[in-house]
Design a binder for this molecule. Structure first.
Ligand SMILES: Cc1cc2nc3c(=O)[nH]c(=O)nc-3n(C[C@H](O)[C@H](O)[C@H](O)COP(=O)(O)OP(=O)(O)OC[C@H]3O[C@@H](n4cnc5c(N)ncnc54)[C@H](O)[C@@H]3O)c2cc1C
Length: 404
């Protein structure tokens, strides 16, 4: 099994115990609960509260884990080549059945400067780097004798992409500035600005339009500058340049404009869809002869494209485990049916959006719902307790502003 994300963990959780000899390969030796990742960029939730080591999360026996990138798959020989994540040592592994669940990487649209100067928000180390940069900008702006222009640049935070990740990050940053940094850096917080740049005409386009419009209104009321219909042409060390030629000086750019295939998926000799996801059949198989399956963000069924979300990945992992269990027992599986549970997004100031199709909620009650859903969805009791504790701690003492 390649990967330790939502799809893999769900597969491992549902495989029949004692029937399979499972080896997992992933550069990340833990599972990461991404829905709360934006909260860690400002310390509403601490980093370790939303991860769970794969060795403690997986209860299969036998179970082997290698912390490595898979760099190549040889379907003819049924061998994968791996590269140690810490030392780069190369090794190969033979398999009978391969599950590719390597997720996706942030899409840059080849905009110059994004990889060099912008911050992504997909992994824990990204969140840590963003948190570090925010505090660094405030500390640098607090220095004496700084030119007014440089002061304004450092304290201007730009988010590119108006999907759930960009919106939630902007919301968390706004809370951090207005609830905590304002107390400790009163002058700097009054200068600080957030700009959200979105290429289409609205935010959160996968939500009902009424909810997306509500988010725009709330953001504007919170003095977050929402620029819709604007696309970024270049990111430099100190600014972004828009398609209309205008330049926005800034101290931080967070880039969240969708997903593209990982290098491993791009190297596989199988067809993909327009968004570079591997095309799989009804039982999530990409290559029946070589017994290669694919689930989660890196795959999609032809004719039934599902969004790249955790709930899809979870259901696909569970279904693939069911298929493999049935096959091991000599029984045919039933067809996969996706059940959409709805969408949630945090929009700041203790307000959230809920869109379950039937219920379109917004505001404080939606925020309570948002928090309770994520608390129950966290994978371990330890995570649930630490996240609840982090929320309580942030409420009581404020978020931590240390930089180290
Ligand atoms: C900030 C953020 C917030 C989100 N919020 C939500 C939300 O609220 N609700 C929701 O439904 N979805 C949300 N998502 C989307 C959700 O996280 C993904 O859809 C989900 O993680 C996909 O699961 P996956 O298992 O396919 O991939 P991932 O969870 O990304 O896991 C991929 C795994 O593969 C590993 N890997 C990568 N390359 C290799 C390689 N070469 N070899 C071996 N292993 C490899 C990675 O280390 C990782 O362990 C959010 C995503 C982000 C980034």
């Amino acid at each position: 099994v390649l990967g330790t994300g939502f799809a893999s963990l769900s597969l491992l959780d549902n495989l029949a115990k004692g029937r399979f000899d499972v080896t997992v390969v992933s550069p990340r030796n833990h599972f990461l609960f991404t829905p709360l990742l934006p909260s860690t960029t400002v310390g509403t939730v601490e980093f370790r509260s939303i991860i769970e080591p794969i060795r403690t999360a997986c209860r299969l026996d036998p179970f082997t884990f290698y912390q490595a990138f898979t760099t190549a798959v040889d379907p003819a020989r049924k061998v994968v080549t791996c590269e140690g994540a810490t030392d780069g040592a190369v090794f190969t592994l033979e398999y009978d059945l391969l599950v590719v669940a390597v997720g996706a990487v942030s899409r840059t649209f080849n905009v110059p400067g994004v990889r060099e100067h912008a911050f992504f928000l997909k992994e824990l180390h990204h969140a840590r780097a963003i948190r570090q940069r925010i505090i660094e900008c405030f500390e640098r702006a607090a220095h004496p004798g700084l030119h007014e222009e440089e002061d304004r640049r450092l304290l201007h935070f730009v988010v590119v992409g108006g999907g759930p990740t960009g919106v939630e990050f902007a919301a968390e940053l706004h809370d951090f500035i207005s609830q905590d940094l304002r107390k400790w850096y009163p002058r700097e917080a009054s200068v600080a600005r957030i700009t959200l740049v979105e290429a289409t005409g609205g935010l959160l386009n996968m939500f009902h339009k009424e909810l997306g419009d509500y988010a725009v209104r709330r953001f504007r009321r919170s003095r977050i500058d929402v620029r819709m219909g604007a696309s970024v042409r270049e990111v430099t060390a100190q600014s972004i340049r828009l398609a209309d030629g205008s330049e926005i000086p800034c101290g931080l750019v967070v880039w969240s404009t969708g997903l593209e295939a990982t290098p491993l998926v791009r190297s596989l000799p199988y067809p993909t869809d327009l968004t570079q996801r591997l095309l799989i059949d009804a039982e999530f198989c990409a290559d029946p002869a070589a017994e290669i399956y694919a689930i989660g963000d890196c795959a999609t069924r032809s004719g039934d494209e599902l969004p790249a979300t955790a709930q899809v990945a979870l259901q696909e992992g569970r279904y693939l485990a069911y298929c493999l269990n049935r096959r091991a027992a000599g029984k045919p599986p039933k067809l996969f049916r996706y059940r959409h549970m709805g969408m949630l997004a945090y929009i700041g100031s203790r307000r959230a959006l809920v869109d379950t199709g039937r219920w379109k909620g917004k505001g404080f009650s939606a925020w309570l719902f948002w928090r309770s859903v994520y608390l129950t969805k966290l994978v371990s009791l330890k995570n649930k307790m630490t996240v609840a504790f982090d929320w309580f701690k942030a409420l009581l003492f404020g978020r931590d502003i240390s930089s180290f």
